[in-house]
Design a binder for this molecule. Structure first.
Ligand code: ARG
Length: 459
């Protein structure tokens, strides 16, 4: 079959080589962006008198027919036409005849494909940002219900100090807030038009790049044509931002998985977000959380794959760049799915407040309270630490806890200790009193919650 670029070729193309070189199976996702980009280009070609208005009108008519078909997923593509750009041009030719050949004046597939991807990613980052905001709201509404729910705070996965469950949830809110900021910041670079860079060096035609950029809704244009066609930083940045987002989802999932286990029993997931076992009738597994944790791997993989493709690429366009799409599409789908499933799962998650707070009553997570008690009464903190350490050791030997120690025994260890120590050893009091800026104290959390709700337009 004759190629659109086939003039200087004599040999027949071979199907298996065509198949290897083709990207249509992957890049057909960009059909609408490709047509929209072409519409802007052809309108500009007429405005600048590079082609006649009648010619442009005919091309526009054809492209609009194709756009409707693309929206209905009715376009039929062929591997022989290699990629989305040549497929659309071929279809346009079938629709309107020879005049279709004028569309590619002052343009190359190199600036065309880059334009398509900028358009695509701009829309997708907008949609992902929307899902992130929905998730933030779910977290805040949950946190609001659990300001006074006490849960062990862990370091090294060992009970450290009691905290408010809302504080734990708000930690994730802050991570997702940063994720959203990163995506929004990346828009500055995504929202930039490469169209008009042509193959790599610009063009001799009097094109108007600012016009096409404006038509396509881009707020800036690449200022160097070589950079415009070979830059994939904006995709790397998207993949990197998405990887960091997946870190957060995966950490949260890991915690939920732990919390649903028999050992914790802090939360339950609803049936909709769980699955059973084909052999063990009692099982209810947190599969969705595990799957999100697992899918983090492919998102990291997509980042590493493109970083590796880009490494050592000489300027400007190289066919290697065709490998930039699959991972980007996969990441878009994965991130969207994970965000939506996770938000639903969290929204439905049942919190067992009793179990959470119970876990802070028979432990030593109030040891810092006792050390602070001594330190605030003049004993140097290091000394206080040593005294409490010894008391913990004694309790471990006796099989009891700090709050079970008699006042006489306390005073033997440190005469300064009075009856008032007991109330401070209660986990709820310990949480409430940690009122330093950004701490887990209820006043701090309520302030943070109010701030966050404003950020999310929740009040
Ligand atoms: N399918 C190609 C890609 O995705 C389009 C650009 C092709 N350009 C070229 N000079 N072969 O990168």
């Amino acid at each position: 079959m004759k190629k659109l670029w086939g003039g200087r070729f004599e040999g027949e193309s071979q199907k298996w080589i065509d198949e290897f070189g083709a990207s249509i199976e992957v890049d057909q996702v960009l059909a609408e962006e490709d047509i929209i980009g072409s519409l802007a280009h052809v309108k500009m070609l007429a405005k600048t008198s590079i082609i006649l208005q009648e010619e442009a009108d005919e091309i526009i008519r054809g492209l609009e027919i194709l756009l409707v078909k693309a929206q209905k997923k009715e376009l039929v593509f062929s591997i022989a036409n290699e990629d989305i750009h040549l497929n659309i041009e071929t279809l346009l030719h079938k629709e309107i005849g020879l005049v279709a050949g004028k569309l590619h004046t002052a343009r190359s597939r190199n600036d065309q494909v880059a334009t398509d991807m900028h358009l695509y990613l701009k829309r997708q980052v907008g949609e992902i940002s929307g899902s992130l905001m929905d998730l933030e709201k779910v977290i805040l509404l949950k946190a609001e219900k659990h300001v006074e729910t006490i849960i062990p705070g862990y370091t090294h996965l060992q009970h450290a100090q009691p905290i408010s469950f809302a504080h734990h949830l708000l930690a994730y809110y802050n991570m997702f807030k940063r994720d959203l900021e990163r995506y929004q910041d990346s828009l500055k670079r995504i929202d930039c038009s490469p169209l008009g860079a042509a193959a790599l060096a610009g063009t001799t035609f009097p094109i108007d790049r600012l016009d096409t950029a404006e038509q396509l809704g881009f707020s800036s244009v690449y200022s160097n044509s070589m950079d415009a066609v070979s830059d994939r930083d904006f995709i790397l940045e998207f993949l990197s931002n998405s990887s960091i987002l997946m870190v957060h989802l995966s950490r949260f999932c890991e915690e939920i998985i732990l919390w649903t286990s028999h050992e914790y029993q802090f939360v339950s997931l609803t049936d909709a977000f769980s699955t059973g076992s084909s052999i063990m009738p009692q099982k209810k597994n947190p599969d969705m959380a595990e799957l999100i944790r697992g899918k983090t791997g492919r998102v990291y993989g997509n980042l590493f794959s493109l970083l590796t493709v880009m490494k050592s690429l000489p300027l400007a366009y190289n066919k290697d760049l065709q490998e930039d799409k699959e991972g980007m599409f996969d990441t878009v789908k994965t991130v969207k799915d994970c965000l939506n499933v996770f938000a639903g799962m969290l929204d439905d998650m049942i919190v067992h407040e009793e179990k959470m707070s119970e876990a802070t009553t028979k432990d030593f997570s109030n040891a810092t309270e006792l050390a602070d008690y001594l330190a605030s009464r003049g004993i140097p903190f290091r000394e206080a630490h040593e005294i409490v350490g010894k008391l913990v050791l004694k309790c471990l030997k006796n099989g009891n806890y700090l709050q079970d120690i008699s006042l006489a025994d306390f005073q033997e260890a440190a005469p300064i200790i009075q009856e008032d120590v007991y109330s401070l050893l209660e986990s709820r009091v310990a949480v409430e009193r940690r009122n330093s800026l950004g701490g887990t104290g209820f006043v701090q959390i309520r302030t943070e919650l109010e701030k966050a709700k404003k950020e999310c337009q929740l009040n």
